[in-house]
Write a protein that binds this ligand. Sequence first.
Ligand code: 9GP
Length: 829
Amino acid sequence: PAHHPLNATHPLALAPVTGPASSVDGFVRQFLRNLNYERGVPLSASTPNDRYFAFAMTVRDYLMARWLEDLRRQRVVQAKGVCYLSAEYLLGRQLDNNLLASGLTEIATEAMVACGIDIEELRAQEVEPGLGNGGLGRLAACFIDSLATMGVPNIGYGIRYEYGIFRQTFVDGQQVEQPDAWLTLGSPWEFPHPEAARRISFGGHTETYDDAGVTRSRWVPGWDVLAVPYNYMVPGYLNGRVNTLRLWSAKATDSFDLRVFNSGDYEEAVRAQTFAENISKVLYPEDSTPQGKELRLQQQYFFVAASIGDFLEHTLPADFDIHKLPDRVIFQLNDTHPVIGVPELMRVLVDERKLEWDAAWAITQQCFAYTCHTLLPEALEVWSVDLLGRLLPRHLEIIYRINEEFLEAVRERYGDDEMRIRNMSIIGEFPERSVRMAYLATVAGAKVNGVAELHSQLLRDKVLPDFNDFFPGKFTNVTNGITPRRFVRLANPGLSGLITEAIGTGWLTDLERLRELEAYAEDPQFRQAFAEVKAANKRRLGDVLRARDGLEISDGHMLDVMVKRLHEYKRQMLKLLHVVTQYGSIVSGRVAASDVLPRTVIFGAKAAPGYAMAKRIIHLINAVGEVVNTDPRVEGRLKVLFPPNYNVTLAERLIPAADLSEQISLAGKEASGTGNMKFALNGALTIGTDDGANVEIRQLVGDDNFFLFGMSEPEVEALWARGYKPADFYQGDENLRRAMDLIASGAFSGGDRSVFEPIVSNLLYDDRFMVLADYSSYVAAQERVDAAYVDQDAWTRSAILNVARSGFFSSDRSMRDYIERIWHTPPLL
Ligand code: 9GP
């Protein structure tokens, strides 16, 4: 560039950035350079962590030129882009993904061999950043992967939690949470920019003032913290594109009070610092205490205010006409966590940029869109007016005004229909006056979407029907998806090789091409090869579980897998009742062990630390496993394994090995699910209810290749309306009675009947998620599974058809849907 902003004249300063040479030698040279110059060690004295860091930095170096070029291009072009606002990103390990995206896997592997380094040792060194709880955070990670792969300029904004999702261990079968200190050894993937820190304010009060004859409001905050950005590369798959993920870390504005320190009161001297830095300390701190709740709102405002401010001041040119903001950005709200961004943008526009309210509101309404990820009423966040007013007084005023004008419009449309007005008010009155964040997002958002067809329909017709009536066309659906790069190519190299051999490589960026595999389902040789891949994946999983947890998978067993967060609505209990039923039949002699299809049931699940019933269910699963796995009468034909600390890294080993995917939530409760998609794409057959994205999976793979059971959503509703009495189901089904009685008898708790009594009585007398109502249908479906599995060749054919017909579930397709239905961002650069 002739006009370098710094007036540089040296030809090297003017030349574009270049990466290291794309050869084994080039890689080795850069690796050693990083080891020596960045880590300050020679190879001979390096630790595994040194080598991992130097290796990761070398991969980074190859991506750097592309990243800088993309950042430059985005500055120059100033096209409309997406800011994805998400409190969670469950990224998984970065190393293999970045090697794959940059096409370096082979060169890097050879380079390490040449240096005498075991690349597996380097892989094992990486701690996955667990900056999310489950599906919602993993979805965000898949989405940013897809956007980069499609070349859509995007920035993901979130929080750099110092401690991610807790590390789960079991002590006597019970969950114990350990802090996830993922940053202890540092992370080679992040680029801190302390110089770009932003001041984020809280508390204080508001006041009015006279601004050249206009009365205006302003916020006089009480305290503030610094938000320090850390950038991460988000490389597209083999396309030379790199987007940015920017996560914020909290830092005190004044690190400590020297005067107090010198007086010897060390604790007091750092009190303010600790307080400020707590904001990004932990993912989702316990929110059952008032303090925890406040911290959560602080986190939300902290990252959203930093992100919006960053975009307006850092990404937009200084002379940008703010009225054109909707042409430049759409802020996508991932669930209600970032919704406080709505009044924040209004505050910036009205108080700081001095826009008229109406103009600011018109802009705001075009700049946000909201994705709802739940149907559980308790997951739709509300903030007490009291708390919000204390922490963000100006924002509360703004929310009140938004609500006032909105309700005015509702009145205009429907007259004084007080019931409707109360139902639609952004401010709820019971049990306490509070702000309904989902309503605020719906009123402000240009679009509102659910995450699977059924979910979007229920959201529109059952959760927010009045809003749908008031805002025709605002509601839409985008069915979730998953990235095939991580969850097929990296997780399942065997299957990927087989697919590529059959249909070429295009499927990794055009997943619908998997359709071409349908014909191969009829080819006995292909089926044979497919079955061999599955068997090899099971052996690989066996190695992982043995080394990780000392667990054994038996040869020849069907692998029946249920991995997801532990929640009653997901119904791990239903799966467990089936296990107990089988166990009971064997030990009572009703069924000969030798007649039972050999199965290993694998659970993986973390329970929220404050969720007592979920933790009890974990305890029961472990207790049942302990008994079933060691009872000689079972003859090893039924096993229950529960590897602790289920995370992305383990998922990548478990899913490719599974035969049967358990997706058994009560219909109408699981918004979408994404695990269900990952299993189908890796050739597991699903046993599932008509819930979430299961509905679409079944429609696509076909009834013959899916084990459907249970009530449909309207049937669930009808049963509630009639009056659900779980005890009637218990009485009416002998198998169920036996299974429940076995648990109640203390058979899994050393004779102590009290341990699992709360689970049993909860099912018998409450059973919010209708486990008992669906039990008999589930057991019957499992019998169909058993029968089908006996014919291995037919099973493999169905598995291939699951893969071939699941191309729709690529997150690339989800992103295309968002672009078309919601973002209207221009065609790719
Ligand atoms: O529970 C939903 C899950 O069904 C969905 O697949 C995922 C991604 O859309 O979001 C989950 N929701 C939450 O974690 C909180 O709303």
